[in-house]
Design a protein around this ligand. Structure first.
Ligand code: BTN
Length: 233
């Protein structure tokens, strides 16, 4: 089932507040969100009717809470499948990048029951036809900017949801594939810790629990949790 709103505060908030009315595979979309939100309490900018704004519900089958990162892998790779005409990367853990520009933001909120992931609300904001961004987001980019063409937003939303659930239903291990699409993997770059200190490191791996493994110039391998490290772009 799909529910579409012309305007809503946030598709993810709506789905969360009404989750009992929805089943695995259902999704909520909107032309405009008055209070769309991203990770770390940021807002999510989107001109009305110009971009994909949706939240889908997954009721995963027997994914232990400690393996919740599998959902991130399925969702990010499903979106890459939907956008296979473009040369895209996954910026750990779950942004979709074109070059150094952010094309798509994903917010995954999970509920855990009996040690397993009981539900995942997956919010997806994909920049499609917007060409001018006014928020202080550092590096947004859209499909229209990348291609010089406009796209049908509704068809794009359907395609993204179809491809994400196709990935999910396939149920195959996709960790290596996720790694193979990782932005800045295997290259030396500058990063910033949460205390502001900058350092050079190379992304070498992502652990099963989603921690980012990085090699320092000293050869030491260090692990980072989401939000404890920033990429210097
Ligand atoms: C990020 O900060 O990168 C995540 C952005 C997620 C935005 C989407 S838009 C649809 C859904 N509803 C929201 O309020 N947020 C997500």
């Amino acid at each position: 089932m799909r529910l579409h709103f012309n305007e809503i505060d946030s598709t993810s908030v709506f789905l969360k507040n009404n989750v009992g009315e929805f089943n695995h595979g259902d999704w909520v979309s909107a032309d405009y969100q008055s209070a769309g939100h991203g990770q770390v309490g940021n807002g999510w900018e989107s001109e009305s009717g110009r971009n994909v704004l949706l939240s889908l519900l997954m009721n995963p089958n027997k994914i232990p809470a400690c393996e919740g990162f599998r959902i991130t892998e399925v969702v990010t790779l499903g979106i890459l499948d939907a956008l296979s005409d473009f040369d895209l990367r996954i910026k750990w853990p779950n942004d979709i990048y074109a070059g150094d520009g952010k094309l798509c933001g994903i917010l995954i909120e999970t509920g855990i029951l009996g040690g397993h992931i009981d539900k995942a609300i997956v919010g997806i904001g994909l920049n499609v036809n917007q060409t001018c961004f006014e928020s202080d987001a550092p590096n947004p980019v859209s499909l229209a900017q990348l291609s010089g063409k406009e796209f049908n937003v509704n068809e794009m939303a359907e395609r993204v949801v179809t491809m994400v659930f196709e990935r999910y239903e396939r149920g195959v291990e996709c960790h290596e594939e996720y790694l193979s699409h990782l932005y800045r993997r295997g290259e030396w770059h500058e990063f910033q810790r949460s205390d502001g200190a900058r350092f050079e490191a190379m992304i070498v791996d992502v652990e099963r629990n989603g921690l980012l493994a990085m090699k320092l110039r000293s050869g030491e391998i260090v692990h980072f949790e989401f939000k404890s490290i920033k990429y210097i772009l």
